[in-house]
Design a protein around this ligand. Sequence first.
Ligand code: GLA
Length: 432
Amino acid sequence: MRETTSTAAHTPPVFSPALSDEEGPRLATDLFREAFDAEPDGVWYAPGRVNIIGEHTDYNGGLAMPIALPHRAFLALRRRDDRTVRLVSPQTRDSVDVLNLDVIGPKGTRGEVRHWNAYVAGVAWALEQDGLGPLPGFDAALYSCVPLGGGLSSSAALECATAVALDDVASLGLAGTPDEPDEAGRARLVTACVRAENEVAGAPTGGMDQSASMRCGAGHALKLDCRDGSTQQVPFDLAAAGLALLVIDTKAKHSLVDGQYGARRAACERSAELLGVDLLADVSTTGLDAALDRLRASGESDVEVLVRRTRHVVTEIDRTRRLVDLLQDGAPLAGDKLAEAGALMNGSHDSLRDDYECTCPELDVAVDTARELGAHGARMTGGGFGGSAIALVDVDRVDEVARGIVAAYARHGFNEPAFLDATPSAPAGRLV
Ligand code: GLA
């Protein structure tokens, strides 16, 4: 046991690199040429995300505040003259998947689409459902550096890359550019991506990931109001404040289709029903205690579970609003302001751990270790039950915190974690 610990303590942390504007398109284009023996029309990309705060609020009509990662999915794509779709990725490079836009459909129907193909074909299906078809078929090669299954929205990145690519080759005119986004058009593309995820891939997620990938801005976090889809850019220039956002990919497997996520969502919907509101975002912070008393009086079985879920959602929306307010003036994140931001992030994690019960030992150890080693704030990010955590740290302490987490994971016998540096980056667009 001691031997394992001391060896692992000296294992340097592994940082997953982000592909550059040159490397990503080159790798996707090489794969495209190899598979289809032709040149793509272009290369489009969309980023993964981390959520700074506002977890499990999106499907409750609340606020979230994600940033786009520098890690992106790159899609080299060429329009076809028929309705065939051919797809290839590095994992499946020996066999091209062939689909047809006239056949694809929601999960559970005859047109059901398997594995990652659902995220691509599902977007085409959803755009046509929205009256934007008929779309042309296409050949596409995917090359992504968003870690798979890390809770960093690798699937939303793929959906959004597909959406901006189809927007372009089918001349839908919805996306604008990352520098001059068409907000209404992007909101419509987000809706198609969410339908692809919910109906074609079958994951009952809330839409924050797709909004982040499509609507974030470089150097900013996105205030996302999930009730009406409205957004606002919030200054979040960490480097200027001497800070970094360390992402810890716990390598503990999570899945959004395994029932836990759906169970949380169903509990929120049941609470809203018992309280007579459309969405839990309708419960105010000041009205929370009275609402919890009403829930307790409902006689529902397992009512304390509903109480805890509701308390998380309502307090989390409040924490998110407070962090947005704090950051809005754009002044450097330092002193009391930094301490308050960190406390809000910590409060979010603690509520997700105790009231929403969606953390896991790997997430809690990452967060506790980061805090012990001087992180200003640390929390899980995304859906939970595995996936990733984030820690707001001084830039010169990133390595020490990462090493400490590697050592703590070895002591607990967990999988070795991976790390990412999360610089707030640009939303989905075209590179070549
Ligand atoms: C996952 C889902 C999102 C959101 C988060 C939790 O990432 O895809 O829609 O619900 O979990 O905030």
